[in-house]
Design a protein around this ligand. Structure first.
Ligand code: F0G
Length: 452
């Protein structure tokens, strides 16, 4: 097989400031060993997130110039709605400034103390919005999701028997909706199969429950279905995407991922009465229903992004380039969450440096090492993010290398591989860390560390 090249040419460039190992040592100490405190200009390859960090196409920039900034009924809104109708098949759509705004509106309307929201795995803002409404957020991943070396093709699937058991235990009247996150970010960027979605739908139908998607990475999920699910290879991603959305009663979307934009979100709701209540809530905090806290130009960029993200050439490059990184790390003996995810590679830091106990944050040690060795910024997803007073230890100590869309070339990724492998060869030198200062919640953003 030939190299799958980036299916684009570069028209506009942003310089990367090169730093030396000595400079990075000083930067890391000044940032108290927390890469969230490092300035973007001090980073060589930024893999902190794939959210809002991608490059837009020339057609998206052209669409932004064409945009209409009318307060109500802007042409940009109608182009946005037309694109959503075309790709997702929903007649009505509310624009929001990003995914968590859609989540806040939805859960404020349907959540309250005593209610329970099941999901294959809640993303942290989704969980926070569910809990803020007074409801309980419950994750129901399949067993394979807990094992980094299991190669299940749809490791993002929801555990359907566990869903049925939950409904049995708490009663359907306490469950306002069932949510499925595609792809499952917290679980390693792993996809959910159509078959699993159909099974969840059947359970929802049996108990008369609405089913919603957290559809941030809907196109990447559909590509995995096209590639891996028996009988799906002959269908286009557009068809598969449509089937995923047709099955559901609504969706929250962060367009900062598969909308290929730097800011934007969508809230989809089929039920007319709930849609009207959401519209009122949107006006209260986000903006009028035809702009939802965005500029007209952001709506046009989204309208165009949703069309580009379902193209097969784009998706084949996107998923292949993430897999390339994963395969090369595995070849070097570095355990990642297998198989490679869509938007990110998750390094198993517990296995990378087994000499560092979870209480001394192996993931944070690897994240600091990547910055020292290569100026690479990645995020810890382990005991720093999920731990703290009275909270259970997470299953795995991970470091996420999230790949911004259409931003880095294969040589950038080769550089990431070289630096990571060099760090792995020196892994015995990695030191654990201790927290010297932490805020009461969401400590991974703000905490200060020192090396032991
Ligand atoms: N749902 C999922 C599955 C996500 O990954 C994110 C964001 C959101 C919802 C919230 O969307 O940021 O637009 O408000 N994930 C980013 C990340 C931040 O780095 O994984 P948002």
């Amino acid at each position: 097989m030939k190299t799958i090249i980036e299916p684009f040419k570069i028209k506009s460039v942003e310089p990367i400031r090169m730093t030396t190992r000595e400079e990075r040592e000083v930067i890391l100490r000044e940032a108290s060993f927390n890469v969230f405190k490092v300035a973007g200009r001090d980073v060589i390859i930024d893999l902190l997130t794939d959210s809002g960090t991608g490059a837009m196409s020339s057609e998206q920039w052209a669409a932004m110039m064409r945009a209409d900034e009318s307060y109500a009924g802007a042409d940009s809104f109608f182009r946005f709605r037309k694109s959503v109708r075309d790709i997702m098949g929903y007649e009505q759509a509310l624009p929001t400034h990003q995914g968590r705004a859609s989540e806040r509106i939805l859960f404020k309307l349907i959540g309250e103390p005593g209610k329970v929201i099941p999901n294959n795995a809640h993303f942290d803002t989704t969980r926070a919005n569910v809990e803020d409404s007074g409801s309980e957020a419950i994750d129901l991943p399949i067993e394979e999701a807990k094992n980094s070396s299991s190669n299940h093709p749809f490791k993002g699937n929801m555990n359907v028997p566990a869903l049925e058991a939950l409904i049995e235990r708490v009663g359907a009247d306490r469950i306002p909706l069932v949510m499925v996150t595609v792809t499952n970010n917290s679980g390693g960027g792993q996809p959910v199969s159509l078959e699993n979605l159909r099974q969840v739908r059947a359970v929802c139908d049996k108990h008369n429950l609405p089913m919603f998607l957290d559809a941030c990475r809907f196109a990447e999920n559909a590509w995995f279905i096209h590639q891996r699910e028996p009988g799906q290879e002959g269908r286009s991603v557009r068809e598969i995407v449509r089937e995923m959305f047709d099955m559901c009663d609504g969706a929250t979307i962060s367009a900062k991922k598969d909308g290929l934009v730097n800011i934007g979100g969508v809230l989809l709701i089929r039920d007319e009465e709930l849609f009207q209540r959401a519209s009122t809530s949107l006006i209260l905090t986000e903006g009028f229903v035809t702009y939802g806290g965005l500029a007209g130009r952001d709506l046009d960029a989204m309208a165009q992004g949703f069309q580009e993200v379902v193209e097969h050439d784009y998706l084949s490059y996107r998923i292949r380039s993430t897999e390339y990184l994963g395969t090369r790390l595995l070849d070097a003996g570095i355990q990642i969450v297998e198989p490679a995810g869509g938007h990110a590679i998750f390094i198993d830091a517990g296995k990378f440096c087994p000499h560092i106990e979870p209480e001394h944050f192996p993931g944070q040690a690897v994240a600091c090492g990547l910055f020292r060795y290569g100026g690479i910024r990645a995020s810890e997803i382990g005991s720093v993010m999920f731990g703290g007073e009275g909270r259970p230890r997470p299953n795995m100590e991970l470091v996420r290398l999230a790949i911004p869309r259409r931003t880095y070339t294969q040589s950038h990724i080769d550089y990431v591989i070289e630096a990571t492998v060099e760090l792995f060869q020196d892994r015995d030198k990695l030191k654990g860390l201790r927290i010297v200062e932490e805020p009461p919640s969401l400590r991974h953003f703000q905490a200060r560390f020192e090396e032991i």
